[in-house]
Design a protein around this ligand. Structure first.
Ligand SMILES: CC(=O)SCCNC(=O)CCNC(=O)[C@H](O)C(C)(C)COP(=O)(O)OP(=O)(O)OC[C@H]1O[C@@H](n2cnc3c(N)ncnc32)[C@H](O)[C@@H]1OP(=O)(O)O
Length: 404
């Protein structure tokens, strides 16, 4: 790709980078008066641009974050975003060059893992990303949804205005903590970019906060009411987190109790969401679909494998192949007591995207092996697959609950 230069972006590039990326998504640029809200999201050294002469033609950036992994450790994570190549420059290898540069610079910066949300499912596998977490989209019928009477109301839920939400929500999210594998820390820049998004979406944005029986805030929901004629609105749940299952249930009690609601839609809920179990009529919840959410790429395989815990099984030796970050290529022994590099004979062979998919426990190694994404040889390999299933299995599916 000799005609293009890749360099880090600075403050002077932000307006052009924003217009370029949003343009690749067929969206208009951010209004000039909102650019200050964007600034913190372009973290120095983490935003890359591809230039054709002086013209910016591609971008890729990341937020500094950290990811909760099975066992409770929280290794450093680059939350990759704003990947776009101008329409008149696509399919010439610009994304490939940006990815190579971005992956090596994330490693240099000490990130152990990278994750992203993909606009299309066919883009990122080749760069070593695998689907590590999925979410379900639900539609709730408020006219039949009712919390079971034997589940008493706990605490109270109150609406807060945008100014209070701006200061309370970041602190509350932090206080709630990374309750389950797959959740991530939210850097300040993310909250800023959501403020900008608020100004672009239809409908009335609202925030409600739940406080527990002791008066301590322990959950929040942001939602949007969109009218389509008549008095009733469609409620779209955007962000819902609670420190306890009770806090989450009380936020749902609030949502289904709102007047003049035609339907409630929540697009990014955990696969093990217990909502229907708390209702009188479980069919008030319809599952519209399950989609990929976290695409995960291991940057430092040794550190990432050592960071998570494993189930109870005899060890397996994995031969890992990573063409883009070849320092990761090699053999790893994974056992109930942890993971480390080894020279022992491999039981299973896989690419780094397959290991990324396994990493949070969303899919079993045997499922990937059935589809040719993990290979093994002979009977001992097949037994190793059973052990790998038990080692990588987690008690609950991963859930992130943060869009970036
Ligand atoms: C994390 C996020 O930000 S998600 C948002 C991603 N951005 C978008 O969807 C915006 C619209 N799309 C784009 O801007 C561009 O098409 C990009 C960024 C997806 C791809 O950029 P390009 O510079 O065209 O990619 P590049 O030329 O490096 O392609 C590399 C390979 O991926 C393939 N590829 C690239 N984009 C796609 C795609 N959308 N679907 C399928 N394959 C693709 C190419 O065919 C090529 O394959 P090859 O190596 O076998 O020839």
């Amino acid at each position: 790709m000799p005609d293009y230069q890749i360099r880090t972006l600075d403050d002077a590039d932000i307006a052009a980078a924003d217009a370029l990326f949003l343009g690749t998504l067929h969206l208009p640029p951010t209004a000039a008066e909102q650019l200050d809200n964007l600034r913190p999201s372009y973290v120095p050294g983490r935003a890359l641009g591809a230039f054709d002469g002086d013209e910016l033609v591609g971008t890729a950036m990341s937020y500094p974050s950290a990811l909760a992994v099975p066992g409770g450790a929280v290794p450093r994570m680059g939350a990759v975003s704003r990947i776009g190549v101008r329409a008149d420059h696509t399919r010439r290898g610009i994304l490939t060059a940006l990815q190579r540069r971005q992956l090596s610079s994330l490693v240099e910066q000490g990130d152990v893992i990278a994750t992203l949300r993909a606009s299309e499912a066919t883009i990122y596998g080749r760069f070593g990303y695998g689907v590590a977490e999925r979410v379900r989209s639900i539609t709730v019928n408020p006219s039949t949804a009712e919390i079971r009477p034997d589940l008493p109301r706990v605490g109270r839920t109150r609406l807060i205005d945008a100014a209070e939400a701006e200061t309370l929500l970041p602190a509350l999210y932090e206080q709630i903590g990374l309750r389950r594998p797959g959740m991530m820390t939210r850097p300040a820049g993310l909250w800023g970019i959501w403020r900008v998004r608020e100004t672009k979406l239809d409908g009335l944005a609202r925030t409600a906060v739940h406080t527990n029986a002791d008066g301590v805030a322990d959950g929040f929901v942001t939602y949007r009411a969109v009218k389509s004629g008549g008095f009733r609105a469609e409620l779209r749940v955007e962000d819902l987190h609670g420190a306890t299952p009770t806090a989450i249930r009380e936020l749902w009690r609030f949502l289904i109790g709102l007047d003049l609601t035609a339907v409630i839609k929540a697009g990014s809920q955990p696969l093990d969401d217990p909502l229907e179990w708390s209702l009188v009529d479980r069919r008030a919840v319809g599952v519209d679909g399950v989609t990929d959410s976290t695409w995960l790429r291991l940057l430092d395989v040794s550190a990432a494998l050592a960071a998570r815990s494993y189930g109870d099984a005899e060890p397996v030796v994995i031969e890992l192949v990573d063409d883009l970050l070849p320092a990761n290529t090699g053999r790893y022994r994974v056992g109930a007591d942890g993971a480390r590099r080894t020279e022992a004979t491999a039981d299973l062979v896989m690419g780094v995207a397959a290991l990324g998919a396994l990493y949070l426990g969303d899919v079993a190694p045997s499922t990937l092996a059935e589809n040719g994404l993990i290979t093994w040889s002979g009977e001992p390999g097949q037994a190793a697959l059973g052990r790998a299933d038990r080692l990588f299995r987690t008690p609950t599916p991963p859930y992130c609950g943060t869009f970036f």
